[in-house]
Structures are given as structure tokens and as C-alpha cells.
Design a protein around this ligand. Sequence first.
Ligand code: RIB
Ligand code: CA
Length: 314
Amino acid sequence: MKHILIDCDTGIDDSIAILYALKSKTLHVEGFTTVYGNTSSHQAAENTLRLIKLSKCGYEIPVVLGANQNLDGEYGPIPIYIHGDNGIGNVELPKSEQQLRKESAPDFIISKANELQGDLTIVALGRLTNIALALEKDPRLPYKVKNMIVMGGTIGKPGNVNPYAEANIYGDARAADIVFRAGFHMIVVGLDVTTETYLSGHDISVLEKYCDVENRDIVQYIKSALKFYFKFNYESTGCQDRCVVHDPLAMLIAENPSIGEYRMMRAAVEYENKEFRGMIKTDERFISDYNHDEILYCIRVDSDLAIRRLLSVF
Ligand code: RIB
Ligand code: CA
């Protein structure tokens, strides 16, 4: 069993990754910390509580409110045209009775790492603000966790915010640079692979037909939320009735990295130069200091297998 802590900005793709983790027989979710991005940190927490209820996962999971601005004090713009007004495609899920855990996100991350003594995997699906703030409090954090999986960045594909940068990295490039240099055993799952992996309307029809009876509500939620997300994907890529798979792919890799191929490299993130903000500077480009550990960057993935695995838990 893998013990994971999910740091997320609970939008549509985060929500599918979360539901996958909650239903997976090999993942145990130790807690959630939220960050602004697809929606406010507060709305992300509200969405997360409702998703836990929807999943009927059968165990209690703390949800902790995290950063609502990046390290430079910036908030927004919130991409409501991608994830809707409430972050989950305007789908109204039943309210949960569960309350938020009253603890700061960095403290919660550090205490979970201490509690699990080297057995915690962090899965970061949004901006890296909470992780950077946790590092500020405890610079030994990278040596206390097993590893960290980050959805973010791009090295070979165009960015989705500017030509060089992906949204999670761009949104708090300073935090990303701190985290990339911190010494985590880290896998980065970026646009190079997430934009090569598609979930289609056909996949969802198959799921509707063959899902477990107990997961019918989950599948109906995914179908409704994806309707919104497909629309954005069509408008931005021209691809009809399908979407790229960002956060769920990172979750699948967290569960079992063997679906990907990786390149080991030192990397840092540009945060000062406005034009190149959020660009990952690998040691294949120019990088001024190399005094930090290498990270694994996912360069290829078995997309068919990934989609089959994603659907299989439901
Ligand atoms: O660029 C894609 C990433 O940005 C995903 O994590 C999505 O949920 C948003 O946070
Ligand atoms: Ca996300």
C-alpha cells in the first residue's frame, strides 16, 4: 500500500485523479492540502470534501486549507472557462458533513512526513506553494518523504500559459524553483506526456456500461464534469469529445511509475524573467548552478495502458 498526501487545486482533472486515488486498492490517501489555481483554495477544499463523500471510500481523510496566493502574493486569474465557476464544471455535488482540519497546510505536510517516517509520497497536482512553504519550515522535508510526484511543466512541448510554461509551474514559479532544487526524489509529469494521453466520450460510455453498481454516481459525476472540460478542450485544440489527461496521469504514475519512461536531469525554474516565467531550465539548456539533485522527468508514457488503468478502478 502506498501512503499518499494529495496537494491539489481541485478542478475537473484533479477531481478525477482524486476519485481514482480514493478507489484504488493500492493507494491510501493520508490527507489533502489545497491550493488556489483552478479555483480558490477554499473552493478546492469544499470540492475535495464533497468528492470524498461521493467516493464512499470507507475511511476518514483530513482536508486542510492551503495557500490562496502564490509566494509573490498574487491570486488569479481563475480559469472559469476551463473548470467552471466552482472548479468542477458547475456540477453540484451533495454537501459533506465533514469539517476542514484546522491546521496550516505546511504544518500538516510536515507532521504527516514525520508520522510516516519515510513512507509518504506527495502527489502535487497544483501550484507548489504549500510544498515550498513547508520546505521553509522544515528544509529536511525531502529526506523525510519517500518521493514526490509533480504534475507540471513542459520541456519539449509548447506551454499552456505562454510558449514555455505550464500553468502549475507558471502560477507559482518561485515556489516551483524552490521545490525543484530542494533534493526531493521527484518525478515530474508534464505536458510532454499529459498532452499525449486522451480520455474520450467513448471511454466514458464504456465506463457507464461496465462500472460497478456502487460507482454509478461517481461515473455520472465524471461524465457531467467532463462535458464542461471537453468543451474547453474543443475550443483550445479543435479535438472533439475528448480531453488531455493531466492530473490523473500524475496519479497513475504515483501509483505505478512503470507506465512511464524517464530522463534524469537537474532542473530549475525561471521566475525572475517575465517573458520566460515558468520555463523549466534543464541541464540540457543553460543552468547556472548544478548543486542540487537530479529529478526524473517523464518523457514517454504508455497512454493506452494509462487510460485502461484509470477506468479500471471504477
Ligand atoms: O496545466 C494543467 C494543470 O493545471 C492541471 O493540474 C490542472 O488541474 C491545472 O491545475
Ligand atoms: Ca490541478
